[in-house]
Structure formats: C-alpha cells, structure tokens
Design a protein around this ligand. Structure first.
Ligand SMILES: [Zn+2]
Length: 262
C-alpha cells in the first residue's frame, strides 16, 4: 500500500502528481496567523515561570479576526485533502478544533477519517492515531515543571487517560500497525527545535507518550509533523519514524516492511 504522507500543511495546497492509495496527515491544517503571539506567549512563559495565554496580547475583536482567518484556511485544506478522492487518515494538530466540533466539520468531507484515539482496520494493516499534542505530556525538566505547575495535575490526568486508551488500542491491533501522531516521539532527532527564531530553540519537545507507544508496541511506522523545520526519518528500535516537516513524502508499506522517500 502506498501512502502520500503530508507534514503540516498550514494553509498550503501543493500540487501533487504521484500515484498513491491513501493519504496520511498529522494535522495543523490552518495557516498560522496566531503564531507570532503564541511565540511571544512562550517567551513570556519562560521569563515569568508561568503559562501565558497568547490571546492576552489582543482585544476580543482582534482574536476573533485571527481565528476566523485560520478557520477559513483550515476549510481550504480540508477541501484540498478531500479532493483526491482517496481515504485521508489524519490526526488533528494544535490548530484544529477539539474533537466534537471537528467531527461535525469533517462530515462535509467524506474522504477524511479522524484517527485520533482510534484503531482503524484496513485489509493489510491497522492505523492508530494520537493528535493534538505539542510538547512532552509531563514536563521533563525543572523549568517546564515551574511553567506548567498550575496545569500539571490536569496534564497528568489527560496523559493517563490517553495512555490507557492508546495502550488498549495497540493490544487490540492484530496486524502491522501504523501510528499517526501530531508530535514526533520525544528525544529523537525529529523532535529537537532547530529553528533559531523559536523561543524553545535547541530543546526536545516531542511526545513522551508517542515514544512509550513505539518502545512498547513496535509499530512498523510512526508518521508525525508539528516540527516544521524537519524533513527526515529516524529508526527508533524497529519503528521507522518520519516527519515530512512542511513538505511531503511517499510511504510504501508491504507486510512488516515500511520504506519512505525521505
Ligand atoms: Zn503543530
């Protein structure tokens, strides 16, 4: 089976000429009009040792305008992904609406299949998805423990809940499994922030839970995005981890064997 794997499309709709059977997308469909404020909030969070909300820099009208522009670009990308008339296995990124709202939206796009916290059974392989995550579920250093101290308990509950669901999905999967996650596995060459303009430059910000899933269940492949500056692959144990960044690649899966042109 041949998949076209996208990274974060962020409002882009590239022209594609390859032949493939299905699409994999790790989310982040909308353009990034809020990014400069989000980065400012990250910088201030680091400086003030507490989580700062990006919306606090703007008035209600300005926030509304930005969110509307992002929503419009998300629809453009959903329409683009749907237009290939092939199944699109995706997980939501941090720019997408929460599950209930998103599932209502994608009813208008019949080729789109939201894999977040789901086990999708195909003929020759299974797909499991884990979306939305942007940083280690549980802070991995002292600084982050301070910044996220007021949401730590909530984060721990969320992490345990997702871990329970994903572990049980993997236990039910009886075929070679493809994992789709928004955030790459923690502490790999794919999750280090290489862009010097980022307030978290040179830090590993991947998903701890994604890494645990790979180390425990050895899926054949893990497709992620979120870190735009990457366009590479990495073998974690026996799992081929790929992050196309802001580009795309082809992934061929044959039985237990996965190969990507990245
Ligand atoms: Zn993202």
């Amino acid at each position: 089976m041949i998949f076209k794997v996208f990274g974060d499309l962020h409002g882009n709709t590239p022209s594609i000429k390859d032949n493939f059977d299905a699409i994999i997308s790790p989310g982040d469909f909308s353009a990034t009009f809020s990014r400069e404020y989000k980065f400012k909030a990250m910088r201030d969070s680091k400086r003030l040792n507490k989580k700062v909300n990006w919306k606090s820099y703007l008035n209600k009208e300005e926030v509304k305008k930005i969110l509307e522009k992002e929503k419009f670009s998300m629809y453009k990308v959903l329409n683009y992904l749907n237009s290939f008339n092939k199944p699109v296995y995706f997980v939501p990124g941090n720019y997408e609406p929460r599950p209930n709202k998103l599932n209502k939206i994608i009813k208008d796009f019949p080729n789109l299949i939201n894999c977040h916290l789901k086990l999708i059974k195909l003929n020759e392989l299974n797909i499991i998805g884990y979306g939305y995550n942007t940083h280690p579920e549980i802070p991995q250093n002292k600084k982050d423990k301070m910044i996220y101290s007021n949401v730590l308990e909530q984060d721990k509950i969320e992490y345990k809940k997702n871990k329970k669901i994903l572990f049980s999905l993997f236990k039910k999967s009886n075929k070679p499994t493809t994992l789709i996650t928004h955030n790459p596995p923690f502490k790999t060459p794919l999750d280090i922030v290489l862009w010097q303009g980022s307030p978290r430059y040179n830090e590993h910000l991947g998903s701890v839970l994604t890494r645990e899933l790979i180390e425990t269940f050895n899926p054949i492949v893990c497709c992620s995005g979120h870190m735009h500056e990457h366009h590479s692959s990495y073998k974690l144990n026996n799992t081929l981890c790929i992050n196309p960044g802001e580009k795309d690649c082809l992934l061929k899966i044959n039985g237990n064997h996965a190969q990507a042109n990245i």
